[in-house]
Design a protein around this ligand. Sequence first.
Ligand SMILES: Nc1nc2c(ncn2[C@@H]2O[C@H](COP(=O)(O)OP(=O)(O)OP(=O)(O)O)[C@@H](O)[C@H]2O)c(=O)[nH]1
Ligand SMILES: [Mg+2]
Length: 298
Amino acid sequence: MTARCGYAAILGAPNAGKSTLLNRLTGAKLSIVSPKAQTTRARVLGIVLRHEAQILLVDTPGIFAPRRKLDRAMVAAAWGGAKDADVSLLLVDARIGASEAVRQIATKLASGAGRHWLVLNKTDLIAVETLLPLTATLTELAPFERIFMVSAATGDGLDHLLDALAEAMPEGPHLYPDDELTDLPDRLLAAELVREQIFLQTHEEVPDGATVETENFVEREDGSVRIEATIYVARPGHKAILIGEGGSRIKQIGAKARTHLGLLLERRVHLFLNVKERAGWDEEGARLRAIGLEDPGG
Ligand SMILES: Nc1nc2c(ncn2[C@@H]2O[C@H](COP(=O)(O)OP(=O)(O)OP(=O)(O)O)[C@@H](O)[C@H]2O)c(=O)[nH]1
Ligand SMILES: [Mg+2]
């Protein structure tokens, strides 16, 4: 068999299940997931080996109407993911269907070059009869080459999707070692897992206004790793919420993040968290670059 290797970008509205899909397909928790929209902020690469093909899956931030500089950088990163892809998957939450946001993304995707596939997700939550009319509506907006119905949560339909992706990858040598899962540095994975707990343990405004940066990452002689991370919050009140009564919240955030990180890095982790107030961090180029985004300017 010939070696194949290529990029498949996962695009869609916020909360469609893009990161859940990436994690399920790679079998690792590479991209953070939460029930809240706009969880993913930068591109996350997941490397999947299927038959002779290396499929480089790119999870992207959900596409929405941007406000802050941070938002604009996120949306630019999502479309950037599509630009370089051999196949772009439009992932749609089948329960929500052809919302205005989904229609806009489908139309813009269709106007660009490359191959576009439609993937209806969360099929575990809805009646099958609703899928055909939804497919008809969306294919009218964009001429999708192929259509898949999956559940990223249960794994339904994913074997079929992976086989199709493997076949669609262009011939060529593998770009990454086959046993690698991602190109994300451990420091960034650590910061992301802390951010995930902020999404899961506090309310909308707090995670939306927070960013996490790893300041120190030291491998110790006993094989464990010592990590110091800073959480920046945009609003004064948010620092107190994150710390919680007697430090209880920040302790819980750290404990959960440490467990997930230990599993991912396969070693013992000592995690120390700092919370700092920094109004306007979401307009700062340096803060955006620290989480893997490009400064969109302006
Ligand atoms: N029932 C069900 N829930 C799902 C499925 N896929 C994802 N979810 C849930 O949908 C929510 C959003 O999932 P994410 O993977 O974070 O969505 P996303 O598209 O990456 O979201 P953003 O990063 O904000 O753009 C989470 O609560 C997931 O558990 C699915 O197939 N079935
Ligand atoms: Mg995501």
